[in-house]
Design a protein around this ligand. Structure first.
Ligand code: SAM
Length: 192
């Protein structure tokens, strides 16, 4: 990212912080979004090595972790560049969970994981950094680890990064709702 891109990224972070503080994202807890979290959790349970370590990228206030049974994961690490969302996640005191403030553009995982989730986050990565960020996460996968990508609607400029020889799609679902324009696509990938 050049200096202007970095500035816009910083401004976006301030906006997310304001929105989390004002409760703007409480709608993520609503019924409409329920099927999206459930599908991610079903995919983790189905493809995630039994008792996986999970890294949730762009975790927000930690709803994914909150909805998982604590006995279904060995550890859960959530990261988000909004300090306000991380504060809200930490306050939940979720079992075996650690939440940290970090920016996807610069984040270097300190260990390897069985499951890495781009949880409605990949489209916020700057176009010049998308391939690099995905590669960083591929390098942070344990053997047989999986990457899950959840994207609202068509997610223009996102899916093509996952359509590479180094990755193999092993599962996929479109989660629909009663509203035709509200749906998510969720893909599961392994390293080829
Ligand atoms: C639509 S919200 C989804 C929150 C959460 N994944 C969920 O589904 O409940 C997108 C999240 O991505 C985070 N985000 C956006 N850009 C980011 C970046 N560069 N690094 C880390 N997190 C980022 C936002 O702060 C926000 O929490």
């Amino acid at each position: 990212m050049n200096i202007i891109d970095k500035f816009h990224n910083w401004r976006r972070k301030q906006r997310w912080n304001r929105q989390y503080k004002s409760g703007r994202w409480k709608n993520l807890r609503g019924d409409k979004e329920r099927g999206r979290y459930k599908t991610i959790i079903d995919f983790i349970n189905k493809h995630g090595n039994g008792n996986p370590s999970v890294l949730d990228l762009g975790c927000g206030e930690g709803i994914l972790c909150e909805r998982m049974k604590s006995e279904s994961y060995s550890e859960f690490i959530g990261m988000d560049f909004s300090s306000e969302s991380i504060k809200q996640a930490v306050e939940k005191n979720l079992e075996k969970a650690v939440f940290k403030v970090a920016d996807l553009h610069y984040f270097k995982p300190e260990q390897k994981y069985d499951v890495i989730v781009f949880n409605e986050a990949f489209y916020y990565v700057h176009i010049s950094e998308k391939a690099k960020v995905l590669q960083t996460m591929m390098n942070a996968l344990n053997d047989n680890g999986i990457i899950i990508n959840s994207i609202y609607r068509e997610g223009a400029g996102s899916w093509e990064y996952f359509e590479i020889d180094a990755l193999q799609q092993i599962d996929f679902k479109t989660v629909t709702t009663s509203e035709a324009k509200t749906y998510w696509k969720i893909g599961v990938y392994k390293k080829s």
